[in-house]
Design a protein around this ligand. Structure first.
Ligand code: HPA
Ligand code: MG
Length: 179
């Protein structure tokens, strides 16, 4: 079903339904449960955009794991500013730990690079990355993305936690901006 919503001055149309999202989350959780079945994992959820994905993914995990959160922001409206601000940092001891970063979307990779830069000095045993979405057309960095849910075109999206100027996070489906 193609549904149109308005957020601030922009119109968006249904792009990925929650039914599809759940299938992708199931697959990612299966991979993590398998790959880390004998390990203890510290997940680091990246706020704000990932909060719905984090909740859906985390409740599907059956491995020994903990979670903490890092809050960053780089977007202003629909444009990436290229400048990433840390709003809440890490206060967990991650030295020697297996760390898995949970991202909603990897776009240019600027935010992701900043996250990795913040974690590396604490010398975790490894850092893996899981992202629900990737925009390959926008990704400019070399950092390996270990678990990618879906690749999408380089168009602005909202819903399922993702925002346009703070709004639109509440929709369970993902919407793309109308051209
Ligand atoms: N929408 C919302 N937030 C984002 C996006 C997007 O398309 N890309 C990176 N952050
Ligand atoms: Mg945002």
């Amino acid at each position: 079903m193609n549904n149109t919503i308005r957020i601030l001055e922009k119109e968006f149309v249904t792009f990925i339904s929650y039914i599809e999202i759940e299938k992708v989350v199931d697959r990612l959780a299966c991979q993590l449960n398998n790959d880390f079945r004998n390990d203890e994992v510290l997940f680091i959820g990246i706020l704000n955009g990932s909060f719905m994905f984090i909740a859906d993914l985390f409740k599907r995990l059956n491995i020994k794991c903990r979670i903490t959160f890092l809050k960053l922001a780089s977007y202003l409206g629909t444009e990436s500013t290229g400048k990433v601000q840390t709003l809440i940092g890490i206060n967990e001891d991650i030295r020697g730990k297996i760390v898995v970063v949970i991202e909603d979307i990897v776009d240019s990779g600027v935010t992701l690079e900043k996250i990795i830069e913040q974690l590396v000095p604490y010398e975790p045993a490894m850092i893996k990355i899981v992202t629900l979405l990737l925009k390959p057309g926008a990704y400019k960095k070399k950092i390996k993305l270990d678990y990618v849910g879906m690749e999408i075109p380089d168009n602005f999206i909202v819903g399922y936690g993702l925002d346009y100027d703070g709004f639109g996070r509440n929709y369970e489906d993902i919407y793309v901006v109308k051209q």
